[in-house]
Design a protein around this ligand. Structure first.
Ligand code: KIV
Ligand code: ZN
Length: 389
């Protein structure tokens, strides 16, 4: 019995994520990331594109052997050789899946593939059927789906399902769509594909217009049961849907989405840090969910609110995603409440409001001149105080 409220997470950090310019994981690193993805609760991992290089083949093979509780996926074009390579690489997987793709947009068919619509349909039918002889789980992606004609897309999807596809992934390959449009596309497929419920429909979004997470959520609202993406949103050009954002959105806005996932949220930061380190891609400080500033409160009004009740300005508790604690960096916008709290934490026993007022005025003078006031600065300020006293 299918649970329509359970949303599968498909991680493609090792395939689409590795398409980030300058990123290259070796096999050992890929296995390490895959095992962490398993701990994070990912349902399916795209381990690589086996035909693309012997290194990728070897990595997919190694991951297939190492992983026990995730579906392991290999990418293939509509080519028997690609499908055979994926089959060979995934032989040892407990739960293997192939992912076949072929573009369906006019621009890709005319200029890249030089194929007619009829030829595309025939190729999809043939290669999905060919893959079905080797795999129980077959995913098909009409590449550049969001710039494809919707009725043609319906035809392609119908043919893929008729020939054995169990997952239909709908890529917004160039990050062109927006949440209303992408949601409507899923709605259209649901209304026009007779066997929509027999397959798992999946979102796959790129972030060229900064809408990859919003688009994935819109897809789920309209019938998608799988979300594809990467940790930290790494990937080709502006990247892919950041899976940590989607997972936390489902959790924090359960009232709205009413969806379950298998994601172990407290493993989020660890997963993110591992991939950041191995990919050499630093996480921007203002990145949602996992950025260094995501749980930092700078202004006096916010700091005062958080000290009284963190929920005034924090919708996600840092511990939920494995971050130790929030922080109240002291700067020129900080208030007296946060300053008094910090000096108490640092071991200074100053309770007289008049004394705090004087110290706070000195701190403000300093903060006007410095971007970040450090604990060393505050110690110096306190020492200055006792010398003057
Ligand atoms: O973005 C894309 O279209 C892809 C496909 C291979 C699914 O990554
Ligand atoms: Zn992609």
């Amino acid at each position: 019995m299918i649970d329509k409220n359970y949303i599968q997470f498909f991680d493609t950090t090792l395939r689409d994520g590795e398409q980030t310019p300058g990123v290259n994981f070796n096999t050992k690193e890929k296995v390490q990331i895959a095992l962490q993805m398993e701990k994070w609760g990912i349902d399916a991992i795209e381990a690589g594109f086996p035909i693309s290089s012997s290194g990728d083949f070897e990595a997919v093979q190694a991951i297939a052997k190492a992983v026990k509780n995730m579906t392991v996926v290999g990418l293939a074009r509509c080519s028997e050789k690609d499908i055979d390579a994926a089959y060979d690489a995934l032989k040892d997987a407990v739960d293997p899946q192939i992912h076949i793709f072929l573009a369906t947009s006019p621009i890709h068919m005319e200029y890249k593939l030089k194929m007619t619509k009829e030829e595309v349909l025939a190729s999809v039918a043939h290669h999905v059927a060919y893959a079905k002889q080797k795999f129980e789980k077959v995913q098909f992606s009409p590449e550049d789906a969001t710039r494809s004609d919707w009725d043609f897309l319906v035809e392609v999807v119908n043919i893929a399902i008729a020939n054995g596809a169990t997952v239909i992934n709908v890529p917004d390959t160039v990050g062109y769509s927006n949440p209303t449009e992408y949601g409507n596309l899923f709605k259209y497929l649901k209304q026009n594909v007779p066997h929509f419920d027999d397959a798992i429909f999946s979102s796959h979004c790129h972030d060229d217009l900064g809408m990859a997470t919003a688009n994935a959520l819109a897809a789920v609202e309209n019938g998608a049961r799988r979300v594809e993406g990467t940790i930290n949103g790494i990937g080709e050009r502006a990247g892919n849907t950041a899976l940590e954002e989607v997972a936390v959105a489902f959790h924090i806005r359960k009232d709205f989405y009413q969806k379950e996932t298998g994601i172990v949220l407290k493993e989020t930061k660890r997963t993110s840090d591992l991939v950041s380190r191995l990919s050499g891609m630093p996480i921007p400080r203002n990145k949602a969910v996992i950025g260094g500033n995501a749980y930092a409160h700078e202004s006096g009004i916010h700091q005062d609110g958080v000290l009284k009740n963190p929920e005034t300005y924090e919708i996600i508790t840092p511990q939920l995603v494995g971050v130790e604690q929030n922080s109240l960096p002291l700067g020129k916008l900080s208030g007296r409440h946060a300053f008094a709290d910090r000096i108490a934490q640092m071991g200074y026993d100053v309770t007289d409001p008049a004394e705090i007022k004087v110290l706070f005025a000195r701190f403000k003078d300093l903060a006007d001149k410095k971007k970040n006031v450090t604990e060393e600065d505050i110690h110096a300020l306190m020492v200055g105080k006792s010398i003057e006293d």
